[in-house]
Design a binder for this molecule. Structure first.
Ligand code: HEM
Length: 576
């Protein structure tokens, strides 16, 4: 009996000291992370030094890009933003991490972004990635872009035709549109306010569907698939949290009950894209024009001769679709937001574009568009202030360590440069919260060659180096054509009650919630057809440019002697 009592008492004693052991272990764990970690000498938010749940919280909230910027203002250029992760806010780090030493790989956390097989964006291993990228680049090469351009332009025209439709009922059309000129006459009064985030989401998804798969989603004209961009936004909330703190998924899949809506949305999207790829892979599917998938199906790695398997093709096309649509629509919404709230820039851009072209059919990539330096400056300035992917893209130091910004970092540590943060660093951009396209133009507003180069050196909305955006050329074509076309053909202005400006914007900027890419609202804009007939007569000589074919899926654009092959890389050569 006494023995039993003794056993019970001992058990109770052990149980009573368990919480004490747990607390001591936790303290030891925190002390180790704070004081005995290779990053312990770097400052940062106290909670972030102990757990990556700090970063996960801001990813969930959507203000991680702004918080990273804020922490640099508080602690300086080096901020420990998670126990094993350091953010560095200068151009030395941008060069060293993304463009310099080969001793970096993407953070293993990128695995949470995978849909089934690994893809170019989520691949960690450098050699594997290089092989895959050599194949993917063929689908987005300059030659491929030239064949995609008429499709892109046709969707842009359709978008503005729809959103300026005289008949409001047309906005919810369930049928594919009839030829635009018949269905939509010119509008000579202001449209009601249009939510441009929606319109640009629909536009860019239609473009990606057509260019990648040769399939029309028709989000611009039909409500049937409009839930897809929303589904991606929901899904991104969960994934952005897991990217910061993958342990949330590893511990008993608690993400399933934290984000049930996001998981449902992801499955909805994957089923949708899976269906598209299935259609494209059928032998009888022969698209009218070249699509990215049709190019990738027949491409092989020039070094190894490898081709993509069906599974890899699915993973790649899904990624291209998401990576390309979401980001470009955010960029477009930001550009229109800043133009509609900066009359000086808007007026100057109007003059530049309207003087350059005599008819909308002249608007295409080529020497004239490339000469529109203010247009390019307006786009860059919007990408600087509201980068569609604004947080820090972590890279892991490999065996042997790496020197970054003059300091040595051992293997296993993760480093990154916050994109929104460095693009708001006043060392590179005086008055960083002001929309000033002129800052990109040498000789204007006191800009010197050095000051413009300094601004360029920190500009990284597409990231830089071998893991920089493979779709940058295509994105810049989309943005330039859409802005030039809208400016040429319409007048637009912000709605008086533009909700975009209220509530969740930061320092008067276009408000973005950063969940890997930015989710957005607005701007609310009104459009009116420009009165071309009564505008001042152009005095410049008419340029000999070929007309572009405007119907949807027109095939490869015809070339003539007056239409030299365009070197897209040269057009955007200032970019890295
Ligand atoms: C304004 C539009 C765009 C922006 C701001 C943008 C931004 C970026 C950024 C910052 C990265 C690096 C991501 C990282 O390291 O984690 C990236 C990578 C990537 N982007 Fe874009 N992107 C845009 C448009 C596009 C388009 C149109 C496509 C496809 C057609 C695309 C496809 C990709 C792919 C596949 C990668 C992975 C590249 C690699 O790791 O080799 N993006 N993009």
């Amino acid at each position: 009996m006494g023995l039993v009592l003794y056993a019970v008492q001992s058990t109770l004693r052990v149980f009573s000291i368990l919480p004490v052991i747990a607390v001591l272990t936790l303290i030891a764990f925190c002390v180790r992370r704070i004081y005995f970690h290779p990053l312990s000498k770097y400052p940062g938010p106290p909670l972030a030094k102990v757990t990556d749940l700090y970063a996960a919280y801001h990813a969930w909230k959507g203000d991680i890009h702004v918080d990273m910027w804020r922490q640099h203002r508080r602690y300086g250029p080096h901020v420990r933003y998670a126990p094993n992760r350091l953010n560095i806010d200068n151009t030395n780090a941008l060069k060293d991490i993304y463009m310099g030493s080969k001793n970096f790989q993407k953070s293993p956390n990128y695995r949470v972004l995978r849909h089934g097989a690994a893809n170019t964006l989520t691949m960690i291993n450098r050699t594997e990635h290089a092989r895959r990228r050599r194949i993917i680049s063929q689908g987005l090469s300059d030659a491929a872009l030239r064949s995609h351009e008429p499709t892109i332009m046709a969707h842009i025209k359709k978008c503005f035709d729809c959103l300026t439709a005289t008949d409001e009922r047309d906005l919810g059309l369930e049928q594919p549109m009839s030829p635009m000129s018949q269905a939509y006459g010119p509008r000579d009064s202001w449209t009601p306010p249009r939510n441009m985030s929606n319109w640009f989401n629909w536009l860019t998804f239609d473009i990606m569907g057509d260019v990648i798969f040769g399939i029309r989603y028709n989000l611009l004209t039909s409500a049937i698939h409009r839930r897809i961009p929303e589904a991606i936004e929901h899904s991104n909330v969960r994934v952005s949290v897991l990217l910061q703190s993958p342990i949330i998924r590893q511990i008993g899949r608690i993400d399933r009950w934290l984000f049930p809506k996001a998981i449902g949305a992801r499955n909805q999207f994957l089923t949708f894209v899976g269906g598209l790829v299935d259609q494209c892979m059928k032998p009888e599917c022969t698209p009218i024009a070249r699509t990215v998938v049709s190019i990738l199906r027949s491409s092989h790695d020039p070094l190894t001769g490898d081709k993509l398997t069906a599974r890899e093709l699915l993973a790649e096309s899904t990624t291209l679709c998401v990576a390309g649509a979401d980001t470009s629509s955010t960029a477009l919404a930001a550009i229109f937001f800043y133009l509609s709230h900066t009359p000086r820039a808007y007026q100057r851009l109007k003059r530049e574009v309207r003087d350059a072209f005599e008819s909308e059919d002249e608007i295409q990539t080529g020497p004239t568009l490339a000469k529109l330096t203010y247009l390019r400056a307006c786009i860059d300035e919007a990408l600087r202030m509201s980068p569609p992917a604004g947080s820090s893209l972590s890279r892991q130091v490999q065996a042997g360590g790496a020197v970054v910004d003059g300091r040595f970092f051992p293997a296993g540590v993760e480093l990154g440069v916050p994109i929104y943060g460095i693009q708001h660093n006043s060392e590179y951009y005086p008055a960083p919260f002001e929309y000033r396209p002129e800052r990109w133009l040498e000789g204007e507003s006191g800009n010197t060659k050095e000051s413009v180069e300094r601004a360029r050196s920190a500009f990284c909305p597409f990231s830089v180096g071998t893991r920089g955006c493979v779709g940058k050329g295509m994105a810049m074509v989309e943005l330039s054509l859409a802005v030039a076309y809208a400016i040429f053909r319409y007048d637009f202005k912000a709605a008086d009650n533009d909700e975009t400006l209220k509530g969740w914007g930061f320092a008067g900027e276009f408000p973005l919630e950063d969940h890997i890419t930015g989710s957005k609202m607005g701007p609310m804009l009104l459009f009116k057809e420009r009165d071309i007939l009564n505008s001042p007569v152009h005095t410049r000589p008419k340029m000999q440019l070929p007309r572009i074919v405007t119907q949807l899926r027109p095939g490869v654009r015809p070339r003539s002697a007056s239409s030299p092959a365009i070197d897209f890389s040269a057009m955007w050569k200032n970019e890295r």
